[in-house]
Design a protein around this ligand. Structure first.
Ligand code: SAM
Length: 435
């Protein structure tokens, strides 16, 4: 007998199961699994995965009320299907009867017919008890803010005045933002091209090349995308290149460069730069290559540990160093909701150690009149202002440099943008130079 066709809901359940088991990230699972689906099913699958992972702590609190006992690990795809069903009933415009019947049918393509009755009963019970279940969410902090408790606690502790706003912003769908390549078009001219293509957009006030799209679209609908006229990048990340105080003929190190968003921006802005882009992950380094090919800009790409310069450095110091450090990603949860599942509390300490090593090992590679910019997409002080404060204490020869325009709210050291501040991602920025 022919195997039942894979559906958007079944593949979404498989993907969500893997994330719940902390086996892979959403983006790597999309790359692997979406091609298994017919093209017209892929959008729905992505929408379900993003939605369910964004609201997972809340959806799971509801499903726990509806189920007698938790699922075994091997059946987490069935739990994921229930979460998909709840998400459709609560947040999507799918008619309720279709949401339930299509979710129940997905059991077949997962080869788990035995679960059809259970899923059907669960979703229908939700419909009957909706009001009471929704009221109960308000009493449970994890469910209400849809974040794991350890992360809620960290936000509260770091941002006693703003934690609720920041967590709420983490749960919003992020808008699509572009960076115009001014080697091709001025931002105004590009906005004109977007208008001609019926793509509604406005300039981003925080960054000179930034554009905010009213609605997300396929990149290939963007005028000149394949020729490198424009890239997709959040405004908070675009601010970084401005902090590097770029001019012509600089020797620049982009130490944690993949997938190359900031590398491309730096090269668009700096004439005759000699840029070394490093990343420890060889696969991710290939993404830099693809990005720079599209932009038609050159860089020296090296797969290496930036924290071990003796393995890759040619002993020529740099005028500029960017450390866009590996971090918790707690400022970009709205774009990567799987972070809520994949990150563990103990990761934060380990990341802080890695960040400290990168700062320590790369600082000696800077020319005496050079500038080092340290950034993360984290909202946690341990990775940000405390990290740079401790570095400055250990290095009396280093001092903070104040950029012409503040990139975000001033912190004790550096600048912090919390998620959603000015519609942008959460980000931290610090500029350091020799005294
Ligand atoms: C926040 S991402 C960089 C994003 C990138 N700058 C951009 O704008 O597209 C951090 C990167 O650091 C890399 N990384 C982590 N540890 C590293 C190390 N010790 N040396 C070099 N790269 C490292 C990761 O593989 C990851 O690609």
């Amino acid at each position: 007998m022919a195997k039942p066709k894979l559906t958007a809901r079944a593949v979404a359940a498989r993907i969500i199961k893997q994330v719940l088991l902390q086996q892979a990230s959403l983006s790597s699972l999309f790359t692997e699994q979406l091609p298994l689906l017919a093209e017209n099913e892929r959008g729905l699958c992505q929408q379900l995965c993003y939605g369910v992972l964004r609201w997972q702590p809340q959806l799971q609190a509801i499903s726990a009320q509806l189920l007698k006992k938790p699922f075994k690990r091997k059946d987490l795809d069935i739990e994921a299907l229930i979460l998909c069903g709840l998400y459709q009933l609560r947040a999507m415009r799918v008619p309720e009867h279709a949401a339930i019947s299509e979710t129940v049918n997905a059991c077949k393509s997962l080869g788990k017919n035995w679960a059809s009755g259970l899923i059907n009963a669960c979703l229908r019970n939700y419909q009957r008890q909706q009001q009471q279940l929704e009221t109960e969410i308000e009493q449970n902090e994890i469910a209400k803010y849809a974040h794991p408790q350890w992360l809620i606690n960290r936000f509260k502790h770091n941002w006693p005045e703003q934690w609720q706003e920041a967590l709420t912003a983490n749960n919003q769908q992020a808008p699509m933002m572009l960076r115009v390549n001014e080697r091709h078009f001025s931002r105004d001219d590009y906005l004109g091209l977007l208008t001609q293509s019926d793509i509604a957009a406005t300039p981003l006030k925080e960054c000179a090349q930034g554009v905010l799209l009213e609605k997300a679209c396929d990149v290939f609908e963007l005028p000149g995308f394949s020729a490198g006229a424009v890239s997709v990048q959040d405004g908070a990340a675009q601010i970084v290149a401005d902090l590097l105080n770029l001019k012509s003929d600089l020797r620049i190190l982009d130490a944690c460069a993949a997938p190359g968003g900031k590398t491309g921006h730096i090269l668009e802005k700096a004439q005759n730069a000699t840029l070394t882009a490093l990343d420890i992950d060889e696969q991710r380094l290939k993404q830099i290559e693809q990005n720079l090919d599209r932009l038609d800009l050159p860089a020296k790409l090296i797969a290496a540990d930036a924290g071990q310069p003796e393995t890759w450095w040619d002993n020529e110091p740099f005028d500029r160093i960017l450390i866009d450090a590996p971090c918790s990603g707690t400022g970009v949860i709205r774009r990567h909701p799987d972070i809520k599942q994949l990150r563990r509390e103990e990761d934060i300490r380990n990341l802080a150690i890695q960040q400290q090593q990168l700062l320590e090992q790369l600082w000696p590679l800077l020319k005496p009149d050079g500038l080092l910019v340290y950034t993360t997409c984290s909202a946690l002080k341990e990775e940000n202002e405390y990290q740079v404060r401790d570095f400055l204490q250990r290095h009396p020869e280093a001092e903070e440099y104040t950029p012409e325009t503040a990139p975000a709210q001033r912190s004790s050291v550096g600048y912090q943008r919390l998620p959603g501040d000015g519609q942008l991602d959460g980000f931290y920025y610090a500029c350091i130079r020799h005294r």
